[in-house]
Every structure is written in C-alpha cells, then in structure tokens.
Design a protein around this ligand. Structure first.
Ligand code: NDP
Ligand code: OXD
Length: 309
C-alpha cells in the first residue's frame, strides 16, 4: 500500500525523505510515475493537479499539503465518500501571526506613508493612534484567524472577528453569519481575510462589501486570491476608499507581470508566503493522519465537503 505525492511545482525528494523518516515502511510514488495505482491508499496533493481518480481503487484519504483544500474539492469526478484531510500543523499559525502582525503594524503606524515620504525626501510626522483605538477585524476565526486575533489582542488592538457560527474568544467581538457581516465590516479599519475559499466566501471582498468598510480602511488578504475581486479593489484604492492593501494571494498565481497590483503605490505583493509549510512538522502531521487511518482511529482535520472547509 502506498502514498502518491502529487504536489505541483514542489520538488518531491525532501518530502519523500521526511515522510520516510516518520513512516519507514510507507511506499511513496511520485506522480506521474505510478507503478501500482491499485496500491495507492493516500494522495498527498497541492496545486492545480488533475488525474483520472478511478485508477486509485483503494484510496483511503486525500491529504492536503496545506491548510486550504480548495484544490482538492475542485478535482473532477472526486469520489465523495473519501475523506479530505487538511494540514493541521501548528507551525502554520506561527508564520501567519508574523505576516498579519507585520502588516497590521505597517498600516497602523503609517509606514506606507513614511515609505512614500522617504522617496520624496519629506520629513513629516504622522499622528500616532493608540492600538486600543484601532479596530482590526479578522474574517475567519478558525485555527489561523483565532491565533492572529489573540496576538492582536495582546498588542492592545480593538479586535473583532467574523465566523460562520457564533463563538466566544476573550476580548474579541465576534460577529457571525450573513447578518453579522455588515456590522463587522462597517467597524473594521483594518480587515484581514483568513477565510477558506468556498462557494459562500468566493468574491466576498467585492465592491459592495469593500464599500461597507470605513473610508481609508486597509485590506490584508492572506487566504485565497478568489476572495478578492481585484478590479473592485483597484477601483476603491484609486478613489481613496481603501487606503492600502497587503496581498499574499491572487486570482492567478504567479501574479501575471501585467497585473496592475504589482506596481500600485498602495499595494504590497508577496508570493503566497504568509505561512509556508514546514517540512518536518508537516511530515509529522501527515504521518499521524496516515497512522490513524491505517489503525482505524478517528482522523483529525477532516473537511466537511458540504461546507467546503
Ligand atoms: P479554518 O477552517 O480553521 O477556519 C475557517 C474560518 O472561516 C472559521 O472560523 C469559519 O467559521 C470561517 N468561515 C468559513 N465559511 C464561512 C462563511 N461562509 N461565513 C463566515 N465565516 C466562515 O481555516 P484556517 O484558519 O486554518 O485557514 C484559513 C485559510 O487560510 C485556508 O483555507 C487557506 O486558504 C488560507 N491559508 C493561507 C496561507 C498562506 O500562506 N497565504 C497559509 C495557510 C492557510 P466557523 O469557525 O464558524 O467554522
Ligand atoms: C495553505 C497555503 O493553504 O499555503 O496552507 O495557502
């Protein structure tokens, strides 16, 4: 029985080595060189991969090499009874907290303005607002959103969050459901998107919703490019309603050279690196899932295929 490694644009060798270290007896095949499709129990997937899934008659689980599973849910003719397991690696939280705090502080302390001033050799003091007077809103309060919300609370920010179901997080104002969205948006000066990409969250940051933010607000998207309608965002950046954006993910990745976001003075672009997957801890998490599956133990981080996350 084996695992097939099918992660687009990711060199397989280090992963094969790291997984073998955890599970020495695991047979690993690297896509597309599959000797025995009938032997494949686990498919470890990332990126825009496609295959005739009927070849894998003994598949036990789809494993994502990331926290997101939109790439797996999008597979043609995916057998719906086979569980999808997202990567539940605490290391992802560390990276995401760093990315979010860095960008929130950059907007909060006017570094976008200071960078412009430096390019023009202008010595102008900008006002300093107390973090308790700066409202920061997390769209998505799952494993990453909650970790970031707590880190922002610790820095003294006025933190709120929006999730599907109501929940309690100390010192965080939680809004939920579709009715909570308007209220959440209307009071968030910096929003951070950490939602999964599902049929309900796709294009959620469109002109209509972005206009609900207070004038001059900032947008941070570290979730998926499909959450933001890029042309709508550009329009609102250009008319000043949105004061700046930090974007880690895009409708098309890599971001095409001609995309206006690359050179927009109010946009910072990073190449989908907010929280990089760590080889060692991810290999441990994946191996644990394989161990549980093989031993009839309950799987953690299984995705609800109806909700899409
Ligand atoms: P989780 O599944 O743990 O959390 C998802 C959150 O979104 C939950 O709070 C959930 O609500 C909320 N949510 C889902 N659907 C809706 C909806 N329709 N309305 C309101 N809230 C909704 O995900 P993670 O925190 O682990 O990850 C979030 C995303 O971050 C990933 O899906 C991935 O796309 C992205 N990511 C990006 C990385 C990068 O490097 N740029 C790295 C890792 C992840 P509830 O709590 O009620 O269920
Ligand atoms: C993920 C990602 O989903 O890297 O883990 O985007």
């Amino acid at each position: 029985m084996s695992l097939v490694f099918a992660c687009v644009d990711i060199p397989p060798e280090p992963w094969v080595k790291a997984l073998k270290k955890e599970l020495p007896n695991l047979e690993i095949e690297v896509w597309p060189n599959i000797k025995n499709p009938d032997e494949v129990e686990f498919a470890l997937l990332w990126g825009d991969w496609s295959a005739d899934l009927t070849r894998f008659s003994n598949l036990q689980a789809f494993l994502s090499l990331g926290a997101g599973v939109d790439h797996i849910l999008a597979l043609d003719h995916r057998p719906v009874h086979i569980p999808i397991v997202r990567l539940g690696d605490p290391f992802l939280q560390t990276g995401m907290i760093e990315y979010v705090i860095f960008n929130v502080l950059r907007f909060h302390r006017n570094f976008q303005t200071y960078e412009k001033q430096q390019s023009e050799k202008h010595w102008i003091e900008q006002p300093q607002v107390s973090p308790s007077k700066r409202s920061v809103g997390l769209m998505g309060l799952g494993s990453l959103g909650t970790a970031c919300a707590k880190a922002l609370v610790n820095l003294g920010f006025d933190v709120s969050g929006w999730s599907r179901r109501a929940k309690k997080i100390d010192k965080v104002k939680v809004f939920s459901g579709e009715h909570g969205l308007n209220q959440f948006l209307s009071q968030s000066e910096i929003i951070i998107c950490l939602l999964p990409l599902t049929s309900k969250t796709k294009k959620i940051l469109n002109e209509e919703n972005l206009k609900k933010l207070p004038p001059g607000s900032f947008v941070i998207n570290a979730a998926r490019g499909g959450h933001v309608v890029e042309n709508d965002l550009l329009k609102l950046l250009n008319n000043g309603h949105i004061g700046g954006a930090a974007l880690d993910v895009f409708e098309t990745e890599p971001l095409p050279k001609e995309n206006l976001l690359w050179t927009h003075p109010k946009v910072t672009v990073t190449p989908h690196v907010a929280a990089l997957v760590n080889l060692e801890s991810a290999a441990k998490a994946i191996s644990e899932t394989i161990y549980c599956s093989r031993n009839g133990l309950p799987l953690q981080n299984v995705v609800d295929p109806i909700e899409g996350y």
